[in-house]
Design a protein around this ligand. Sequence first.
Ligand code: E4P
Length: 220
Amino acid sequence: MEFFLDTADVDEIREIAAWGILDGVTTNPSLIKKSGRDFKKVVAEIASICDGPISAEVTAMDTAGMIEQGLALKAELPDNVIIKIPCTPEGLAATKVLTEAGIDTNVTLIFSAAQALMAAKAGATYVSPFIGRIDDTGHDGMTLIAEIMDTWSNYHWITTKVLAASIRHPTHVLQCIQLGAHTATMPAKIFRQLMKHPLTDRGLEGFMKDWAEVEKAGNA
Ligand code: E4P
């Protein structure tokens, strides 16, 4: 499974990239706002830290505007930047055109298996179903991941990857893995939670204490 960071904070990206297991980064207009930085400058810096796919989102609402922005982002930013497009009829049309131009896309704001299939038909490289935002409405977001994986198993022509997004806790990630989702994008906090276990900390503390005794005895 690919692990992406969902942030535009370059310090966090550097921290997690140093672990050696970061496969990509997703941004969106809200995360760019939170960074307080210039959109293209911050995306270019992110793309220099992580050589996997970096999603940069278009903000036009019409097909022509999305295509224009997508082409401009691809022309101005490093090669590993991919174009994030909202799951609207206009976005589908833009995805189709950009795909035919050889540009990778991430179709975002997916809340149903039907939307995911439509985006796959348009040639999306990734589709992003939002788990946490469905949970927030009192429904089970994980059901959507299960439904997409199940539906897609009937259609072997689909090469689009399922990028589970809006992840709120480590259990979401584990459930996505069990369901076979290709990619999960998550905040740095979840990466840290996935690595943390009190027994690892306690075990290491014990080993280090005993090793100090070994050194003291001149047996190291
Ligand atoms: C995905 O690409 C989105 O940026 C993100 O996962 C949205 O998550 P949120 O619901 O926590 O804002």
